[in-house]
Design a protein around this ligand. Structure first.
Ligand SMILES: [Zn+2]
Length: 314
């Protein structure tokens, strides 16, 4: 029997209430968090990095890791503040410096579970949550977090022209490694980031259109990482990536894409339609392997090594 591929999900929003059955504040079904973890393990996901999107969320992620004893060596978390949440620095009861110190403290006190600083960056698609100047100001601050903790950076960038690149370049000396997750930019943007020594994180959102696929195909193998961004960014039949799933062997497909039901018809043990989960990570791997005309298992080992090199998990 073929040995299963080992995978690392570098971006899973596991503190999202959907994994507890809560959708927009309403309990739609029972909490099936443990089954989500179990399905991931069965599908060869050996490590998962929970995305910390603000101070509270990062704390919650670390608490959840510390409360699952089987999480040791399996679940990790980032600590940081997402660009759309950066007004929290200014709104914090004791001021922005205290918010920064809290993030720093959290990252330093939990060395075995904190894997990176982030997610942080810029997002000009959602300026209604936080204006450009505030985003830039506190993105800059988070390079200091990386410098003070010696941790790699988990970076987010959406539609920011050259601003993201310029800020990263200006602060490049403050951190050793970084990955630009959920990449949806152009080939030129990808190349410039790789030239800065950064890695590129690919998920279902990075694989929606033919243009996306052409960019992903061109990512150098030694710069590549994969993620689900669960519960978001699932691969859908309307996406350009979908056609690349046809060569997945049946036994892998049942692990990477288990049966699902709509949340209204929830059944314990099944996936929930359109709530993405880490167990689908193998689908991303297969699409990228197909684009690169590469043996999936061979590619999975290259990605595994890239990820361990950056995040220091082994
Ligand atoms: Zn993001």
């Amino acid at each position: 029997m073929q040995r299963m591929m080992r995978l690392i999900d570098i971006g899973a929003n596991l503190t999202d209430p959907m994994f507890r059955g809560l959708y927009r504040g309403k309990q739609a079904h029972a909490d099936d968090f443990n089954l989500v973890l179990q399905r991931a393990q069965e599908a060869g996901v050996k490590k998962m990095f929970i995305t910390g999107t603000n101070l509270e969320d990062s704390k919650e992620a670390i608490e959840s890791i510390n409360s699952h004893k089987e999480a040791t060596g399996f679940l990790y978390s980032t600590v940081g503040c997402h660009p759309t949440r950066c007004s929290e620095f200014d709104e914090y009861k004791d001021g922005p410096d205290a918010y920064f110190e809290q993030l720093l403290d959290l990252a330093l006190k939990h060395p075995s579970s904190v894997i990176a600083i982030g997610e942080c960056g810029l997002d000009y698609d959602r300026l209604h949550f936080c204006d450009k100047e505030t985003q830039k100001k506190y993105f800059r601050k988070q390079f200091d977090l990386a410098e003070k903790t010696n941790l790699p950076m988990f970076l987010h960038n959406r539609n920011t022209g050259n601003d993201f690149y310029d800020l990263v370049k200006e602060n490049r000396h403050k951190f050793k490694h970084g990955v630009v997750h959920s990449f949806t930019g152009t080939r030129e943007e990808m190349q410039k980031l790789c030239d800065l020594g950064l890695y590129i994180g690919v998920n279902g959102c990075s694989l929606k259109t033919q243009e996306n696929l052409d960019v992903v195909q061109a990512i150098p193998e030694d710069r590549l990482m994969i993620e689900t961004d669960a519960p978001w960014c699932d691969i859908r039949p309307t996406h350009a990536s979908y056609a690349h799933l046809k060569n997945i062997p049946e036994q892998d497909l049942t692990l990477y894409s288990p049966p699902s039901k709509k949340k209204e018809k929830f059944e314990m043990g099944l996936m929930v339609k359109s709530r993405n989960e880490p167990c689908t990570l193998g689908l991303v791997l297969y699409v990228v392997a197909s684009l690169k005309n590469k043996d999936p298992k061979e590619l999975s080992e290259i990605i595994w090594n890239n990820t361990c090199r950056v995040f220091n998990t082994v």
